[in-house]
Structure formats: structure tokens, C-alpha cells
Design a protein around this ligand. Structure first.
Ligand code: SAH
Length: 346
């Protein structure tokens, strides 16, 4: 059986008008229900009972449930742990910025990339999400919190470009005017640097913001903390970033987690500056979030500030990411691990 919420309106319309012999507007009605978060065909009260039964026989309509919900007392950040229909869990985080409510969503259960500082990858990849499971994180975060979502970041558990076709379909769904209608310019996608996929994404020419998790300017350091660098070294990655900008005209945002005595020295700042010269870039400095299983420590605040100043002085815009939800373990991957351990799944 097909998962109906992973289908585009065009696909749904096609099946309704041919296989089901229904008029085109019925597909539109169903699509609207799905994208408002309907949990069953029986909720779709403007359809006849026989049609609802026919749909239930033909399509599946899975939806996640809230396994845990943590709300920060400091800044209102809400972290959701969703239980999927097969029992696996993923996290989303709702952050309340001045420019709008932003939800950070996961693209995979676990992650295959193996970054040394990241909690999401500790158990490897369990499975990739479906388009509907990605959409549901946005939809049900909005429904549960009662807060309208205007921005999305694909920076939760998983590597979005490792689940490429699904992510593209998700973007199409969440962007559709008949659905949540969230503009591409309000969406950021973060990658550890899968160069072949960055080139493919450039061809799609989307107006989203590409974030690249750089974290080090040299192959020596980057390969030590990010295994993906052995396949796609720094210069190869930055060349792809240049191509991406040429093709899309979109400035790239580089993520740089500041790790004490690993990538935060003045020499590293100098090297980074040189590497980014000529790239339309913005650097996001993020003090490392400590992960219990890892010996890596965050840089000291004064080190972060000095690093930022070096970049800024040489014309590279750099901001220090404000930490939200620090009282609720808001950085992704940690809540899922804790929950699975408590429930004996890890
Ligand atoms: N796989 C994608 C997206 C998920 S991670 C990627 O690698 O970009 C989102 C961001 O959080 C990435 O920049 C990632 O490197 C960073 N990150 C992961 N663990 C972190 C930690 N413990 N502290 C700070 N940033 C971390």
C-alpha cells in the first residue's frame, strides 16, 4: 500500500482521476486534509463514507506520536521526540526567533556519517525517513505547540543529502501552495559535505540556504573529526561550494563547531580565512555541545570571540550562534539516545 502523505498533489490527482474515477477536486480536498494533519480518512468529513473506505483500503496514513516533549524554561524552545509507526524515534526542535518560529527536523533515524562530536551518529544509521515522516515533524510540531511555523532547518538527526530523493520530495510537499506553503528562502539544509550531491542540488536551483558543516580548514584536522573528509577533502568541498554559488547565486553558510584545542587556535582562524577567500560565505561559530560519550570539549568563550574577530577583520561575516534550549539537551541526537537507552533499545 502506498503512503498517501508522501505523494504530491499532481500524483494524487493523477491516481484519483484515473484509477479511482474521482473528479480532480477530490484529490485537492484530500491533500488539504493531509497537510492540515488529519490522522485518518474518517476525519475527512467532506468525502463520502464509501470513498473514505476505499482510500483506507488503498493507502496508508501513518502519523507520529509524541514520545517526549521538553520545554525550555529559559527561552521557550520545545524539543519533541517523535515515535514513528515502527517504534523508531526522531527529534525535532522548535526555536522561537524574532524572525519567526523555526523547526529543526531530522532526515534519518541515526546517521551513517560518523562525525566524532555528534550524538546522532553514535549508533550508526538505522533507516532513512520517508517524505511524510519529514513533513509530519513540521506539521505536528505546529499542531502540538499551537505556534505557526515559518522557517525550517534540516539540521536534526541524519544527513539530508544521504536521503536525497526523499528530502527533495519533502521540500516539494512543504513548499506547495496547497500545503504548508513554506517558502524555499525560509528553509536551510545542512550537509557534512557530500560533494556529488551538492552538485546535484545545485542543478535543482532551489532558493534554499545551503549550510555546510566545515568545522576545520585543513584535511588533517577535518579528517580526524569528520570521516567524510577522507572521501571529499576540504579543497574538493570548497570547489563544490563555489560551483553551487555560481549556479544558484545563493550565499553559503558554513557551520563551525568550536572544539577546544582542536580547531579553535589562531592558526586555524588564519587558515580558515584563507580557504574561504573569494567564496560568498557566512560562518556560524557554534560552541561545541558536549556529548557524554565523547572526550571533546567546547572552546572557551574568549577563544570563540577571538576567532570570530579574526574572521570579521578579514571581511568574512561570522556570527556566534546563540545557544537555545541548553537546559533541555536541545542539540539533536541526545534525547533519542537517552530515551532508547532507558527503553533498552540501545
Ligand atoms: N548531517 C548534517 C545535518 C545534521 S547536524 C550535517 O552534518 O550538517 C547539524 C549541525 O550540528 C552540523 O553542523 C553538525 O556538524 C553540528 N553538530 C553535531 N553535533 C554537534 C555538537 N555536539 N556540537 C555542536 N554542533 C554539532
Amino acid at each position: 500500500m502506498k503512503d498517501i502523505k508522501s505523494m504530491t498533489l499532481a500524483e494524487l490527482t493523477q491516481e484519483f482521476t484515473t484509477d479511482l474515477g474521482e473528479p480532480k477536486f477530490r484529490a485537492g480536498q484530500v491533500y488539504a486534509w493531509l497537510h492540515r494533519g488529519a490522522r485518518s480518512f474518517d476525519e475527512m468529513t467532506n468525502l463520502s463514507k464509501p470513498l473514505r473506505e476505499k482510500l483506507a483500503q488503498r493507502y496508508t496514513l501513518p502519523f507520529p506520536t509524541v514520545a517526549r516533549r521538553l520545554e525550555s524554561q529559559k527561552d521557550g524552545t520545545i524539543k519533541y521526540l517523535w515515535r514513528l509507526t515502527d517504534g523508531n524515534c526522531v527529534e525535532s526542535v522548535l526555536m522561537r526567533y524574532h524572525h519567526g518560529n523555526t523547526v529543526c527536523i531530522s532526515s534519518e533515524v541515526g546517521c551513517p556519517m560518523g562525525c566524532a562530536f555528534c550524538a546522532s551518529t553514535l549508533g550508526g544509521l538505522v533507516r532513512r525517513l520517508t517524505p511524510a515522516e519529514m513533513l509530519d515533524q513540521v506539521l505536528f510540531t505546529q499542531l502540538d505547540s499551537g505556534l505557526p511555523i515559518s522557517n525550517i532547518v534540516l539540521m536534526g538527526i541524519g544527513e539530508p543529502l544521504d536521503n536525497y530523493d526523499t528530502v527533495l520530495r519533502f521540500l516539494q510537499l512543504v513548499n506547495s501552495p496547497e500545503g504548508m506553503n513554506i517558502g524555499m528562502r525560509h528553509i536551510s539544509l545542512s550537509t557534512c559535505g557530500l560533494v556529488d550531491r551538492i552538485d546535484r542540488l545545485a542543478e535543482e536551483n532551489l532558493q534554499l540556504t545551503l549550510s555546510v558543516s566545515l568545522h576545520a580548514p585543513t584535511d588533517e584536522v577535518r579528517s580526524r573529526i569528520m570521516p567524510v573528509n577522507k572521501k571529499y577533502p576540504v579543497d574538493t568541498l570548497l570547489a563544490a561550494c563555489r560551483r553551487y554559488f555560481e549556479k544558484t547565486g545563493r550565499r553559503i553558510s558554513f557551520e563551525y563547531a568550536m572544539i577546544r584545542d582542536v580547531n579553535d587556535t589562531p592558526e586555524m582562524a588564519q587558515l580558515l580565512m584563507k580557504k574561504l577567500r573569494g567564496i560568498a560565505a557566512h560562518v556560524n561559530l557554534i560552541p561545541l555541545n558536549e556529548v557524554a560519550e565523547s572526550p571533546l570539549k567546547p572552546s572557551l568563550p574568549e577563544t570563540v570571540r577571538a576567532f570570530q574577530q579574526t574572521l570579521e577583520q578579514h571581511g568574512i561575516p561570522a556570527t556566534v550562534r546563540r545557544t537555545l534550549g541548553s537546559d533541555i539537551n536541545a542539540s539533536c541526537g541526545q534525547l533519542r539516545r537517552k530515551f532508547e537507552r532507558e527503553n533498552g533499545r540501545m
